[in-house]
Design a binder for this molecule. Structure first.
Ligand code: G6P
Length: 608
């Protein structure tokens, strides 16, 4: 997501900040900006687009005098990429400048609060609220102001802050988002990630949650949330730059797999208020959700697999026809799509050509379109009637993982919101589902801790040439995703089969040593899955089963079982997918594949 850098020293800050931001480009961004402070106050320069635009605007930083400053690359979450929405954000008084990484969940409430105190806003961002809030809380002591303001923020944040009255320092604070302090020789730095510091120092200080660091050229003073001073240790960075960009992980894919609890939490939690799902849809949409006669979910690749799960879930909860369609097929498959249809378009990039063309076709046929998109301001987002953003952050590995999980989280939210509008869900069930949403990120985290088991299984089977994935109902949609992940990155041939179809084809391929991954997470269909496993075993096949903790009969039938933590059925697909992603990852890793950039594949497919 966004990148933050800060500098305090004796050199000109702006050129150094631009260099630092370049090192954070891998995080993904759509705009960039700088704020530099000197005796004349704070000056801000910012621009939509690449860093080269900001370089051109500031003559490589030379037009910004001053040796204390903060810089930012923005990956839009609230408000489209634009000059105005770029960071840093300056309070209206000009006293406080802020750069921010994260999402302020209660920004609407804070905005109303500040409006009622005479503040006005120029951007659509949650960050501008932070700069104005700091200004509101400021009565001469910047540390107190930061502490007060931060105590009012809900959500996640890493912040770099300048106060015009204190031209010799910057302030940093973080919660649930990374920020490190770099300790130099009569100069100090802050950055979202270590690569931005390595040119200047290998000595770093990590900030704990809500600790406030006051950074001057000669000292870094840290206070805890009660305002008490904290003694901090520094540590030496021994990694190389490339590894540091991946946060110490070997590949972006595994880094992104591990980021899934956060991607899911960031997508869900701003949308639950007082136990109810609230989506940022225009008011008229409630009537649309209430009255549509069918829903078509359209997407490509993994996003389509999310759609398959969404369709099954919504059909069960809404009792109307809901289908998932491949975007590349939609236009040519005589869709039953008209004014009473709601189309849900799912796309990480928001630029996939087939998905975009399907969206245009759906609109032409009169359907209302809600898109679920990760990249803010993308074409699909712009052309849809309504857009709901997943907050997965930029995904760098070609094979999607955290964006998939965030899309799935959005399916749950939409299913609940539409059921609510239509009155098709009772209170008790609704409350149970909301509770499941709250628990989900922790359950994903728990499962990720067991990754060594999957690594071990991959070590047994990475030399195989064919692997089959079986499942019924949602487990079939997950089998499709497990199989696709494996093919994409390990180049092992793989097929997903609806388990009931086993006898109509795949079983002829089963011989001694053939590996099948059997998804058995649906209690209602457990007996049928256990029968399929037995059929495969009787022909010499080897079975890895995936099942909810303690599911009867599975352990006896399969060779290996991956147990999922006990959780509510509503959000179970989000758990099932984790071992499948890890399995594909470790298989590819053991085969020495180019995991983040598999051959012939592109992250965003912008041609038909
Ligand atoms: C490519 C990617 C997949 C993605 C699909 C759809 O094939 O490799 O990970 O699921 O495109 O992309 P979208 O950006 O529309 O979600």
């Amino acid at each position: 997501m966004c990148g933050i850098v800060g500098y305090v020293g004796s050199k000109q800050a702006a050129p150094l900040l631009l260099d630092g931001l370049e090192k954070l480009e891998y995080r993904g961004y759509d705009s960039a900006g700088l704020a530099v402070i000197n005796e004349d106050g704070i000056r801000v320069e910012k621009s939509k687009g690449r860093l080269s635009a900001l370089r051109a605007l500031t003559d490589d930083g030379r037009t910004l005098p001053g040796s204390v400053g903060i810089g930012h690359t923005r990956w839009a979450t609230h408000g489209e990429p634009s000059d105005i929405n770029s960071h840093p954000h300056l309070s209206r008084s000009g006293r406080v400048a802020v750069v921010h990484n994260g999402i302020v969940e209660n920004y609407m409430q804070l905005r109303d609060f500040l409006l009622s105190h005479g503040y006005a806003f120029v951007s659509d961002t949650d960050t501008e609220i932070v700069s104005q809030l700091m200004d509101y809380c400021y009565a001469g002591d910047p540390i107190a102001a930061v502490q007060k303001a931060v105590s009012m923020l809900e959500g996640s944040f890493a912040l770099g802050i300048l106060f015009s009255d204190y031209s010799w320092q910057l302030i940093a604070v973080r919660k649930d988002n990374p920020l490190v302090v770099g300790i130099g020789d009569n100069e100090n730095f802050i950055a979202s990630d270590i690569p931005a510091l390595l040119k200047h120092t290998r000595s770093i200080m990590r900030l704990n949650e809500r600790e406030v660091a006051v950074v001057t050229s000669s000292a870094v003073t840290v206070f805890d949330r009660n305002g008490d001073r904290v003694e901090k240790q520094t540590e030496q960075v021994l990694w190389d730059v490339a590894a540091a960009e991946r946060g110490g992980y070997e590949h972006f894919m595994i880094k992104e797999i591990m980021e899934q609890p956060k991607a899911v939490r960031d997508t869900i939690s701003p949308r639950i208020k007082d136990g109810r799902v609230e989506l940022e849809l225009t008011p008229g949409m409630n009537d649309v959700l209430k009255s549509v006669s069918n829903i078509i979910i359209i997407a490509c690749g993994s996003a389509y697999h999310v759609g398959c799960i969404g369709a099954l879930m919504m059909r069960r909860m809404l009792h109307i026809p809901v289908s998932a369609e491949l975007a590349s097929e939609f236009r040519f498959s005589y869709p039953v799509c008209g004014e009473n249809t709601l189309c849900i378009i799912i796309s990480q990039s928001g630029e996939t050509a087939d998905t975009l063309l399907a969206l245009r076709e759906a609109k032409k046929l009169g359907a209302k379109v809600i898109s679920v998109v990760n990249v803010v301001g993308s074409t699909i987002a712009n052309e849809s009637d309504e857009v709901l953003y997943t907050f997965a952050g930029p995904e760098i590995a070609v094979a999607t993982t955290k964006a998939y999980s965030a899309q799935l989280a959005m399916m749950y939210l939409l299913a609940l919101r539409i059921s609510d509008a239509r009155g098709s869900i009772d209170k008790e069930e609704y409350e149970k589902c909301v509770e499941a949403l709250f628990e989900l990120p922790d359950h994903i985290g728990e499962l990720l801790k067991r990754k060594e088991q999957i690594q071990y299984l991959a070590s047994l089977y990475f030399n195989l040439r064919d692997i089959f994935f079986l499942g019924r109902n949602m487990d079939y949609a997950l089998a499709l995703e497990g199989s696709l992940k494996l093919k994409e990155i390990s180049y092992i041939h793989s097929e997903a089969y609806a388990a009931g179809e086993l006898k109509h084809g795949t079983i002829s391929l089963v011989e001694k040593g053939t590996l099948l991954v059997a998804l058995c997470t649906n209690e209602r269909l457990l007996d049928k899955m256990v029968s399929s496993i037995r059929e495969v075993k009787a022909r010499g096949g080897v079975v890895i089963a995936l099942a909810g903790e303690g599911a009867p009969g599975v352990e006896e039938a399969a060779d290996h079982v991956i147990w999922l933590p006990r959780s509510q059925p509503f959000t179970l697909p989000s758990l099932s997918v984790i071992p499948l992603q890890l399995f594909a990852y470790y298989m590819a890793s053991l085969k020495g594949c180019d995991i983040d950039k598999p051959r012939n594949l592109a992250k965003s497919v912008t041609v038909e």
